[in-house]
Structure formats: C-alpha cells, structure tokens
Design a protein around this ligand. Structure first.
Ligand code: AMP
Ligand code: MG
Length: 282
C-alpha cells in the first residue's frame, strides 16, 4: 500500500476538501481488508516486543479527530495485540485547574513515552491550537505561537528522548458524524458516548476545518509527520493506520539486546547437577 498520499509534506498547503473521507484506495471491503489488518496487528505486536526488549527507542502515536471520528475504536482495534506492560494510552480532556495553572505542554510532556514504550495520545497538545482556538479560550497571540512551541517540543522528544512520532487526523464527513451520533442515541451500548456538546460542537465544523488545516500545515515535519486518514470506513482507517505503524516500527531496526551474561557458564553452574540427575548419574 502506498500511504504517502495521506502524509502531509513539511510546509505543504493543506485543504481537507482535497481528501475524500470515504476513500478506500484499491480495497473493496472490510472482508477483504480484515486478514491484512490482522497481519499488521500481529507484526506490530512482534515489533513492540523488540522495542521493549531493546529499550533504546520509543514510539508516540497522536490521534486527533472531531467527535465520533473513531479515536477510541482505532485504539481498541489496533493496539490490543501489544504487551500492556509497554503500552500506555493517555487521554487529554479539558485541563484541570492544576493543569491550567501550568504551560500547555506540562501535562503532555509528563505522558511522553520513555524508551522502550509505545504511547498513544487520545487527543493531545493539539487541542491547544484547535478547541482552544475555535472557542477563543486564549487570545490569538497566545495560540498562534504554539505551533513553533509544539515543533520545538516534538523535536526535543525525538532528539533527546529517541521518540518517533506519528500523528493521525481521522478524517470523517459531517454526514458520517451525524450517522454515528444517531447510532450512539439508538444503541444502548453506545448511549454513554453521546452528549449534547457533540451536537453543539458540530456547529463549529468550518472553524475546526480551518484550525486543522493550519495546524497540519504548521506542524507536519519530517520527524513528526501528520497523516490525513480517510475514516468514514472504519476498516480502511484501521488498514492504513496499522500499515503506517508497522512500517515505521520495522524501519526502526529494532533488535533483541545482546545477552549480558555468559550463558554457557550459567548453564554449567546451575543446570549441570540437574542434568546429571536426569541422566541417572550421581
Ligand atoms: P472526549 O474526548 O469526548 O472525552 O472529550 C474531551 C473534551 O476535552 C473534548 O471536548 C476536548 O475538546 C476537550 N479538551 C481536551 N483538551 C483540551 C484543552 N487543552 N483545552 C480545552 N478543552 C480540551
Ligand atoms: Mg466526545
């Protein structure tokens, strides 16, 4: 799969209207894609085992979307195969008073993955140039400087923390969002997910599009690229994201660390008697 068309080149102009949220590439159905998704998920799990054992590098995955864009589903579908010991999901909600009393990156930096770990951000520091901008929660003079601050922060994570960063914008259409809200109203298992603010936020769609476009333009870098993922079809979203993640992990040249002990010596010392006993010796 050539996913490069979903990647935003550094400095490129972004028009979300140029991306079809219903795109499924060459793929025709969930049925056809499922074995590939499963294969990617298995390879991701294998690579994560090496990442953890190696303990030298980290991976940060940023998920951003409008409401009902599919962030939770992506996490559930794609990261279930990984060893929970090395994976963390960090959700960023409305800042608490304590968080609010610090700079906007304070709470985010604390959740950055240590070497050997994968961290998934369900929302992120990007809310501080998105919802915050759309609702005028801080003056333009403050949020507009945050693009540079974010780039410097992500650069720091990469350079000093050995963190690879992948950022996914899950792109859905307004019609698909409405259909998913309706599902949440109708399906008792999903009722808990709907709130009135989902509908009121929907009224700000054009403002969010503009804020996303400027964000993607200002903060897609070689080291921490943005991808616009067609997400009306959940299976295609899962297929593309899992492919990008697996390709990235496999490119990281992860390997098991060298053994730090003399295996022969230890085996001789601790297993020789056992072997003799097993062989009927004295
Ligand atoms: P949810 O992800 O549906 O649980 O909603 C979390 C809410 O927190 C969303 O409405 C976000 O826009 C909001 N949120 C997250 N980060 C921030 C932030 N830095 N400032 C204001 N609101 C935020
Ligand atoms: Mg919500």
């Amino acid at each position: 799969m050539d996913w490069s068309r979903y990647q935003i080149a550094p400095g490129a102009k972004v028009r979300l209207a140029d991306f079809d949220p219903s795109d499924t590439g060459k793929h025709k159905s969930h049925h056809e894609a499922l074995p590939k998704i499963e294969e990617h998920v298995a390879r991701m799990a294998k690579a994560q085992y090496l990442l953890y054992a190696d303990g030298a590098q980290a991976l940060l995955i940023v998920l951003q979307a409008l409401d009902a864009g599919g962030k939770d589903g992506t996490i559930r579908h794609l990261f279930s195969g990984m060893n929970p010991q090395g994976v963390t999901v960090a959700c960023f909600k409305q800042p608490t008073p304590l968080e609010q009393s610090h700079d906007f990156l304070w709470r985010v930096h604390a959740q950055a993955p240590p070497r050997g770990h994968v961290t998934i951000f369900n929302r992120s520091h990007y809310e501080d140039v998105l919802v915050v901008r759309v609702h005028g929660l801080v003056p333009r003079d403050v949020w507009s400087k945050r693009y540079d601050e974010i780039n410097a922060f992500e650069h720091l994570l990469g350079r000093d923390g050995d963190v690879r960063i992948l950022k996914f914008y899950l792109h859905i259409s307004p019609q698909e969002q409405l259909a998913r809200f309706k599902q949440r109203l109708d399906d008792p298992a999903r009722n808990w997910k709907i709130s009135e603010s989902d509908y009121t936020e929907r009224g700000f769609w054009p403002q969010y599009v503009k804020a996303y476009e400027e964000t993607l333009e200002a903060t897609s870098t070689k080291h921490a690229p943005w991808f616009v993922i067609p997400s009306n079809h959940k299976w295609y979203r899962d297929l593309v994201i899992s492919r990008i993640v697996v390709d990235t992990l496999e490119e990281m040249k992860l390997k098991l660390p060298p053994t730090r002990v003399d295996l022969k010596e230890i085996a001789a010392k601790y297993h020789a008697a056992e072997e003799r006993e097993k062989n009927g010796g004295d």
